[in-house]
Design a protein around this ligand. Structure first.
Ligand code: AMP
Length: 556
């Protein structure tokens, strides 16, 4: 387990934090993490020039958590973020990375929510406060000692904070903290005002910047698509319908994401496999061989696992998760366009990652045009075209070989040749949607549980206490258990069910809880909220050719 997070272990992170990173599936530090973590662990002040998408949150969260003293139940780290949304995201990240650190609590402090619960969480001993400046100043006006025990300060997206006019609030906050603290400032840009703050409030800060060299990528047609994070799998499935690819490599960030996407693709009938750091060398070689000889068409990989992968058949690269920096983007898309062929590279961009797209365009000196997700009509046209192409070569001698049988069947059944041909088509296409209305129905691209909702859920006060208390309860809050009559004896594995529900239900991976496959049935935990609608959507879903028939399950 620790082998694939070796890159992190070498940086000197606390073992409990390493365990949490391993659980989330990070395989190696991103460039900003590799540079910033040793500096922060070394106790230095730091200025990091990095934007969202580079892994900057973990770059400060991991070393800070490694240095928190869980025995001291008082505020030790303060992270300032410009917006409520970012504060919630950062708090969630701290929560995730501190899962294996008992006694460490995180509280998000932001405006628009009552102050009482925030104060209570601080009083109960949360060591990490993630706050927006305005609301923190409100708290300070009631309790001026609030920040007197702070040892670590992070200004996240400092340039944004200044743009939002938080300069005066920042000064009040600086005054309320001990001077002996360690301070870290992250900013995408370093205008004069930021340098002035650093000059005044940081002590001999080390500068960290991910150098961006200009790179050129010829012969590869590039495009990007804007999508929400929880719609990525749906977006990939839709794109695959219309992209004319030979072999394809899809890049994601975590092990879990390789498994989820590969499962969703397999459930749709693609010859796909995951490639991540957990996969043994010989198995990895088998995957690459299979991609070369066509037993596989799609490999879903992390950057580390795809190292050295050179397969001439690859016509497409899908950047499903954003790369950390332009260099790795160039590296990724260089997997296609091999041996003088044309390649195509698509990049999915979530709204938060727009900036990274601009950086990529600057460094590669090329515009990455925006493409649109294919609509239902385009999906339908592509399906019909594929069907036509697959049937056309069969027509030539079919009448000679099966003409007589057709006449007999038509006579025996008493139907028209058209009716029989239609029935055969339905059978051959395995219930695939082939009318516009059907295709429209099966393409759910509506966010169900976005990152925002997730962060808010985890922002309840008294979280660390909750975590302990909740542990023995079998069914998580807000989840319902559902049952399908499909089980191991139908050849069903958990990943098939997961794939089908992700595909057809349009759910985020996180929304799906435990899946238990028994011999003659299976149980799946799904969100209670919107369950009836979800079950409605899954009404006609088939897994392994059989009806899923997922129903609410009551144990009594
Ligand atoms: P950030 O730049 O902090 O907004 O992070 C962007 C995304 O990258 C987040 O979804 C993180 O969970 C993810 N991430 C951060 N570090 C790593 C890593 N070393 N390996 C894989 N994913 C990461």
């Amino acid at each position: 387990m620790t082998q694939e997070i070796g890159g992190f272990a070498a940086l000197g992170i606390h073992s409990a934090v390493l365990a949490a990173i391993s659980a989330v599936g990070y395989e190696e530090p991103s460039p900003i993490q590799a540079q910033a973590i040793p500096v922060i662990l070394g106790g230095h002040d730091m200025i990091g020039q990095a934007q969202t998408g580079t892994g900057k949150t973990a770059a400060f969260a991991l070393p800070i958590l490694s240095k928190i003293d869980p025995a001291k139940r008082e505020p030790q780290a303060l992270i300032l973020a410009p917006t409520r949304e970012l504060a919630l995201q950062v708090a969630t990240a701290f929560e995730t990375y501190s899962k294996q650190l008992p006694g460490v609590g995180v509280v998000a402090v932001y405006g628009g929510a009552p102050m009482g619960p925030q104060l209570k969480a601080i009083r109960q001993g949360a060591q990490v406060i993630v706050a927006t400046p305005g609301r923190l100043v409100d708290h300070l006006s009631r309790n001026s000692e609030l920040l007197s025990t702070i040892r670590f300060l992070v200004l996240d997206e400092a340039d944004e904070m200044l743009k939002l006019g938080f300069m005066d609030d920042l000064e009040v906050i600086f005054e309320a903290m001990p001077e002996s603290r360690q301070s870290v400032l992250f900013s995408a840009t370093l205008p004069h005002s930021i340098r002035a703050i650093a000059e005044k409030h940081l002590r001999e800060p080390q500068h960290i910047k991910i150098a961006a060299k200009t790179q050129t990528v010829a012969r590869i047609e590039q495009a990007h698509l804007m999508v929400h994070a929880d719609q990525k799998i749906q977006a990939v499935l839709r794109l695959l319908e219309v992209e004319d690819f030979d072999a394809l490599i899809a890049f994601v960030r975590t092990k879990q994401a390789t498994l989820d996407l590969a499962a969703a693709l397999e459930a749709k009938g693609y010859k796909a496999a995951a490639l991540n750091g957990d996969i043994a060398q010989n198995q990895r070689e088998r995957v690459i061989e299979s991609l070369k000889d066509g037993r596989l068409d799609i490999v879903v990989a992390t950057d580390v696992a795809a190292r050295g992968l050179d397969v001439a058949r690859i016509t497409h690269v899908f950047n499903v998760d954003m790369p950390y920096d332009p260099e790795s983007y160039v590296h990724r898309i260089g997997r296609t366009g091999r041996a003088g062929r044309e390649g195509r590279a698509l990049l999915l961009v979530t709204p938060r990652e727009r900036r990274m797209l601009q950086v990529i365009e600057r460094v590669t000196n090329q515009k990455v045009a925006e493409a649109r997700l294919p609509n239902a009509q385009q999906v339908l046209d592509a399906r019909i075209k594929k069907l036509t192409n697959s049937l056309a070569p069969l027509v030539a001698d079919a009448e000679t070989t099966h003409g007589e049988l057709l006449d007999k069947l038509v006579a025996d059944i008493g139907c028209s040749p058209r009716a029989l041909a239609a029935a055969l088509l339905r059978k051959a296409t395995n219930g695939q949607a082939l009318t516009l209305a059907e295709v429209e129905k099966e393409q759910p691209l509506v966010p169900t549980s976005g990152p925002r909702e997730r962060s808010e859920r985890s922002d309840r006060p008294e979280r660390s206490g909750d975590r302990e208390r909740r542990a023995p309860i079998p069914l998580a809050e807000g989840r319902a258990r559902c049952r399908t009559p499909l089980g191991a004896r139908d050849g069903i594995a958990a990943r098939n069910l997961l794939g089908a529900i992700l595909n057809e239900g349009g759910l985020a991976r996180e929304a799906i809880g435990r899946i238990q496959v028994r011999d003659s049935f299976s149980l799946v935990e799904l969100p209670e909220d919107g369950l009836d609608r979800l079950l409605g959507k899954l009404k006609d879903t088939r897994v392994g050719g059989k009806q899923l028939k997922l129903r609410r399950y009551r144990e009594d």
